[in-house]
Ligand binder design. Structure first.
Ligand SMILES: Nc1ncnc2c1ncn2[C@@H]1O[C@H](COP(=O)(O)OP(=O)(O)OP(=O)(O)O)[C@@H](O)[C@H]1O
Ligand SMILES: [Mg+2]
Length: 264
């Protein structure tokens, strides 16, 4: 028997003035899945994340996490319910150390999170020292433990990206949303990041929704992919189904023409 989905998005839409940034968006994600959300520039991918995380309130439709409606909750409440995210443009506490960036995130630790059971984290830490030890243990996974006291802003770009993921994960999400985590990375960094994402998913038995602009990249690690274009879901399915889908090919071809035009 199919278990009920962790996340269910039902006919969600939002208008900005006259523009329907996203409309009739439907999605189901089950515990443990790694799902890709792709689409050309301006397709509405980040807007979907903003809808899922309480940044925007949907004009229509429902968002359910474990069957409970999230519409109208503030972002911090959504985090407490178990959805964490990273941003297309990195958001860290730049003046805080690597260690403190993670410690801050522990304060919003979702109750009964997967992370808290794996690390045997109490809902409240008994002391600063305990939280620090757990944070360092955690940062090792991201190979950031040699930069614990460095200010976040001084890290090389690729490490900032990793720190942002670590910070999102420290809040103990059931569902982790990653908005173009490989943006601005070179091919080798990108490859390593994709391996890290696959690794943390296994290690924390995590469910991940990954926005990625580059179709080939998501094909490698996601088992199912949703494709947006002009705010509409134009396809969903396995990488193979998506690769050969006429509407997807058309959407991406259009973009290549635009991009080469801009570059030329
Ligand atoms: N707060 C807002 N007010 C008005 N329009 C918005 C707002 N947020 C997003 N939009 C519009 O919604 C559309 C979708 O934008 P969105 O950022 O979600 O696209 P995207 O798929 O993430 O694109 P990209 O690949 O460039 O990141 C765009 O036309 C954008 O200009
Ligand atoms: Mg975006």
């Amino acid at each position: 028997m199919q278990q009920s989905p962790l996340l269910k998005v039902h006919n969600v839409g939002i208008n900005f003035g006259g523009l329907k940034a996203v409309s009739d968006f439907n999605m189901e994600i089950h515990q443990g899945e790694l799902i890709g959300l792709i689409g050309p520039n301006g397709a509405g991918k980040t807007t979907c994340f903003n809808l899922l995380t309480g940044v925007y309130i949907p004009t229509e439709g429902d968002i359910l996490l474990e069957g409970i409606r999230l519409n109208g909750l503030a972002p911090y409440q959504v985090t407490q319910r178990g959805i964490s995210r990273t941003f297309q443009n990195i958001r860290l506490f730049n003046e805080l150390s690597v260690l403190d960036n993670v410690k801050v995130a522990y304060h919003s630790l979702a109750k009964h999170s997967i992370l808290s059971s794996i690390f045997r984290l109490p809902t409240h830490f008994s002391g600063e020292k305990e939280m620090e030890e757990k944070s360092i243990e955690f940062l090792k996974i991201f190979q950031l433990d040699t930069f614990l006291y460095e200010k976040a802003k001084n890290l090389p770009y690729g490490m900032q990206r990793r720190l942002e993921i670590a910070r999102a994960l420290a809040a103990g999400p059931k569902l982790l949303l990653l908005d173009e985590p490989a943006a601005g990375m070179n091919p080798q960094e990108t490859q390593e990041l994709m391996e890290l994402i696959a690794f943390i998913r296994e290690k924390f038995n995590l469910t991940i929704l990954l926005i990625e602009h580059d179709m080939k990249l998501v094909m490698g690690i996601c088992e199912r992919i949703y494709v947006l274009d002009h705010g509409q879901l134009i396809a969903k399915g396995s990488p193979n189904e998506i690769r050969n889908h006429p509407k997807v090919i058309e959407a991406y071809l259009g973009e290549e023409v635009v991009e080469s035009h801009v570059e030329g």
